[in-house]
Design a protein around this ligand. Structure first.
Ligand code: TXA
Ligand code: MG
Length: 335
């Protein structure tokens, strides 16, 4: 029943939120500029930030791109359906509204049965950014989306949770097979490398990314409703955290690249401390939900103290992806 309603709304140039294995997406058919523009207006998202296109088959992905190549073939065969977005030159199927005027497009096959059923039935690929207001915490449940848009957006629900919990890895594949990670995720560089080498595919990492190649890359993002700080010093006393925040937050700008920097309105007294799970996979699954739940208790401040060195050991790359989201969500980092 609900999928029929979702199809109906999409076919009438509307937007629908749907679950993926990473986060909930806010989808529109790629052949309707009217619907695509509704994604931007609903999210209050600036037009410079391009959207990811979702498909259910590799053939449909190929149709979104101007060229296909052995790197894309290898990535698609090994990681799709899954949390990897491939960015390459776009075909004429892809509207400039999706790509913010860029000549490239990001495409992925999500690994969630409800998303796949929706994509199979609608037949047209769906452009879908995360279903949250611009710059805010991404949603990992239907309830998060409903709260975010105050029930104005139809949400396709599912009992199957967002297993990954943070957004897909975004991999730029250039025509000369130079590749770069534009956004880290749980599919990490060493894993990509391993698969390409195993399959004897030629490629070259390019570490420097032109600003034009990745316009949506902002310093702040994923911001919760309550000001959030990260403390790198695990021995710092609670009262010192409050004091430092009182001193330093007021000196921060009100806005960076269009994203509002939250600050406490009064001296900090009530602090909610977040705790990271033991493994990066579990931490990724929980962090957005933790930021939302802790904010609902209406403290003056959310604080995460980094209790260990996450940059060492076999899980370092995955931790790096989790911390990427947390550092962007934070108004301030205290050393
Ligand atoms: O896991 C995900 O990727 C989720 C789910 C819903 O699939 N989607 C998602 O979309 O995170 P969004 O719009 O919140 O993030 C898309 C980001 C953009 O901000 C940009 O950084 C990058 O992907 N991106 C998309 N298309 C691009 C392009 N053509 N060139 C460079 N970067 C691009
Ligand atoms: Mg997003």
């Amino acid at each position: 029943m609900s999928i029929i309603k979702a199809l109906d709304i999409l076919n009438q140039n509307g937007v629908v939120a749907f679950p993926t294995e990473t986060v909930y997406g806010l989808g529109a058919k790629i052949d309707s500029d009217e619907a695509l523009k509704k994604i931007f207006s609903t999210k209050e998202r600036p037009f410079f930030d391009p959207l990811i296109v979702h498909v259910d088959t590799i053939d449909k992905a190929k149709a979104c791109f101007k060229h296909w190549n052995p790197v894309a073939e290898c990535m698609a065969k090994n990681f799709w359906p899954g949390p990897l977005t491939i960015v390459m030159e776009k075909s004429e199927l892809i509207s400039d509204v999706i790509t913010s005027g860029l000549s490239s497009v990001g495409v992925r096959i999500p690994d969630h049965p409800v998303a796949l059923e929706l994509l199979q039935k609608i037949k047209i690929p769906l452009a879908a950014p995360s279903a949250n207001k611009f710059g805010k915490t991404s949603p990992t449940s239907a309830a998060h989306v409903k709260k975010e848009f105050l029930e104005t957006v139809y949400v396709l629900e599912s009992d199957i949770p967002c297993q990954i919990g943070i957004e897909s890895t975004v991999l730029l594949v250039r025509n000369n097979l130079d590749i770069s990670i534009l956004r880290p995720g749980l599919i990490v560089k060493s894993e990509i490398e391993k698969i390409l080498i195993q399959n004897k595919v030629s490629y070259q990492w390019k570490e420097t990314v032109d600003k034009k190649e990745s316009p949506g890359h902002l310093k702040h993002h994923y911001m919760p409703e309550i000001p959030f700080v990260i403390c790198r010093n695990p021995h710092m006393k609670v009262k010192d955290v409050g004091q430092i925040v009182d001193q330093r937050l007021s000196a921060l700008p009100d806005e960076v690249e269009g994203v509002k920097i939250l600050k406490p309105g009064k001296p900090v007294s009530k602090i909610e401390f977040l705790k990271l799970a033991e493994t990066p996979q579990q931490a990724a699954r929980e962090i957005y939900s933790q930021l939302r739940t802790a904010s609902e208790r209406k403290p003056d401040l959310l604080c995460l103290a980094l209790l260990k060195d996450y940059s060492a050991g076999p899980d370092a790359e995955m931790w790096d992806s989790v911390l990427d989201r947390l550092f962007k969500a934070a108004s301030l980092v205290i050393d």
